[in-house]
Design a protein around this ligand. Structure first.
Ligand SMILES: Nc1ncnc2c1ncn2[C@@H]1O[C@H](COP(=O)(O)OP(=O)(O)OP(=O)(O)O)[C@@H](O)[C@H]1O
Length: 573
């Protein structure tokens, strides 16, 4: 019920065009009823050879309803589809806005195929909510009222018999179909999402699958999911067919019953014969409004499943620094961790335990340690992606959690281990850091990142597309684009997270040297597995299992002969 309410509230701003579409839908069905009844009357009356003038009203009626039916149907389709596409486009924007803040801390729990399925398939499914769930019952109700009234003018019993069959087709058949097709409607969405996930997984990991000769296994998995989806869709098609047959049965029984009753009334002299065909055809054509109803419940189930998947993601609890005071300017850029404890959730173990250290403004601090020690977690806390449970973390004398997220980010430039490059031009990728930067500033940043000369060798220079995820660039070139971004941003705090991971040592060393230039006058936090070049850092901190176990300069730590010294010996061997 909560989901239905939420879904209706998303549609509420569009209630007027929706109402118009319902009205036009009713007028289209009404015109069809008008066309068939006036035609039936015209033919029956013409058979009695009356003066032509007697037939004029019926002739005009046939013409009018014939044209009106086409015009109203066209307008109904135009309005209903127009409003549906508007609703869908608003929903996509709403959903994207809702999940955007989750990108840093929640979306990693979802597979990209599943996310794609939610934003494309599930939103698309919701188009049925208005077109096939909300609108048809309203049109059917209006049609029922008009035809009931028409039949009641001739005979109240006829009207009630029509009502009984109409309710049978509009209510009883859909309830039966719902009971039968409920699981299929819900299952189809789940299977579609599963298939998307398998396909995206397969495409992203294609190289690994080929290199381990495992493409057959992935194909088997895709085949299985596809089979399941086809079975469910086949089942739904059967249900669809049965629904059509049952509605047809109700319609024909209703028409025959009314026809027999009308004949009896004519025989008894209670009804002129010209009305027999008219009454039978009015009954028959009214059922046009019922045809879409049996599937209404199935589409309702499907829409509710889609809404559940969308809303549950959009409602995911998320942390983000949220101080309203956006104008706050930090007093300097000193970073201070004080007895900080952190874990990802109450169920998880502590990842950081009693971490305390300070990076004075303009100084450079490196964090080294084994994999899983919590180094990237430290950086993520500083970026405001997660909240810490105990202790304090301050930037410029103020708790990081008290900053407004966008203001906090304005002070930080990050070069991460895996930089995402968008499927856009080199220029757009660099300007992401500061869209308003001039051409000169952008080229200067690229020069300092030592990527400018390479960019000029590309077919269209800065306007060359880099491909999905920067596919057309090497790992080192991608990192240099990321560095150019950081230079262009020119923020006061610099965070470098495993910048040289995966690069060959020569390129890694070159990149580190360039980065040391960039670090001048900036408060810098460098996270690294590799100890290459760390001699230039003001302080190095060794993190093991979330605890700071050693602190000092490169030479001090070597003298201590502890973890750092052992790591150093291994790295220079
Ligand atoms: N979003 C998350 N939810 C739950 N646990 C997480 C999450 N991110 C990381 N962890 C866990 O936190 C621990 C520390 O991870 P973190 O990435 O900070 O380590 P790291 O020292 O940077 O490792 P590496 O050097 O391999 O990148 C790991 O055990 C990891 O499994």
């Amino acid at each position: 019920m909560k989901r239905l309410h939420q879904l209706l509230s998303l549609l509420l701003p569009h209630w007027l065009p929706m109402l118009w579409a319902v009205l036009l839908g009713f007028l289209a069905v009404g015109s069809n009823i008008g066309l068939l009844t006036t035609s039936a009357y015209l033919i029956s009356r013409a058979a009695q050879h009356p003066p032509v003038l007697d037939l004029m009203v019926a002739i005009v009626g046939v013409r009018f309803f014939g044209i009106a039916r086409a015009v109203f149907r066209y307008l109904e389709r135009y309005f209903s589809h127009d409003v549906t596409f508007r609703v869908l486009s608003n929903m996509r924007v709403w959903f994207y806005k809702a999940i955007e803040p989750l990108a840093t801390s929640q979306l990693m729990h979802y597979h990209s195929g599943d996310l794609l399925s939610r934003i494309v398939s599930d939103v698309e499914t919701l188009k049925n909510f208005y077109l096939r769930v909300l609108s048809p019952p309203l049109v059917a109700l209006l049609t029922l009222g008009v035809v009931f009234f028409l039949l009641a003018c001739f005979d109240l019993r006829m009207a009630f018999i029509f009502l009984a069959f109409f309710i049978g087709a509009a209510v009883v058949v859909p309830i039966f179909i719902r009971a039968w097709g409920r699981r299929s409607g819900q299952g189809i969405l789940g299977s579609k999402a599963q298939l998307n996930t398998c396909l995206v997984d397969g495409i992203q990991g294609m190289t690994d699958l080929l290199s381990f000769d495992q493409q057959g296994r992935q194909l088997e998995k895709i085949d299985k999911t596809n089979d399941n989806l086809s079975k469910l869709q086949g089942r739904l098609a059967k249900i669809n067919g049965l629904a059509g047959s049952l509605t047809g049965l109700c319609m024909n029984l209703a028409m025959w019953t009314i026809l027999v009753m009308a004949i009896i009334k004519v025989e008894q002299g209670e009804l002129p014969g010209v009305y027999i065909a008219m009454l039978a055809l009015a009954t028959l054509s009214a059922f046009e409004a019922v045809t879409p109803l049996p599937l209404t419940f199935i589409y309702l189930e499907e829409s509710m499943s889609a809404a559940k998947r969308l809303f549950e993601l959009a409602e995911t609890e998320n942390y983000s620094p949220s101080r309203k005071d956006e104008q706050f300017v930090p007093k300097g850029y000193e970073i201070e961790f004080n007895n900080l404890h952190f874990r990802y959730s109450a169920k998880d173990p502590w990842i950081l335990r009693d971490v305390s250290f300070t990076i004075p403004q303009g100084r450079r601090l490196a964090i080294v340690g084994p994999s899983g020690a919590g180094k990237s977690t430290l950086a993520n806390l500083l970026l405001g992606f997660f909240d810490y449970q105990r202790g304090s973390l301050q930037l410029g004398g103020r708790e990081v959690r008290d900053y407004h997220q966008s203001k906090l980010m304005a002070h930080m430039a990050v070069v991460a281990q895996r930089t995402h490059l968008f499927n856009a031009t080199v220029r757009e990728n660099i300007l992401l850091a500061r869209p308003g930067a001039s051409e000169k500033e952008m080229i200067q940043a690229a020069r300092r990142a030592r990527i400018h000369d390479f960019i000029l060798t590309l077919p269209e220079g800065y306007d060359t597309y880099v491909g999905e995820g920067g596919l057309k660039l090497s790992g080192g070139q991608r990192q240099r684009v990321a560095i150019a971004r950081a230079i262009l941003k020119n923020a006061s705090v610099l965070i470098l997270d495993e910048v040289t991971a995966g690069l060959d040592p020569v390129v890694g060393r070159e990149i580190m040297q360039d980065l040391f230039q960039l670090m001048k006058d900036k408060t810098s936090l460098v996270i690294s597995h590799h100890l290459v070049g760390l001699e230039c850092m003001d302080e190095i901190l060794v993190l093991v299992e979330g605890k700071v176990v050693e602190k000092g300069t490169h030479s001090q730590l070597l003298e201590q002969g502890g973890v750092y010294a052992r790591m150093w010996q291994l790295s220079v061997r």
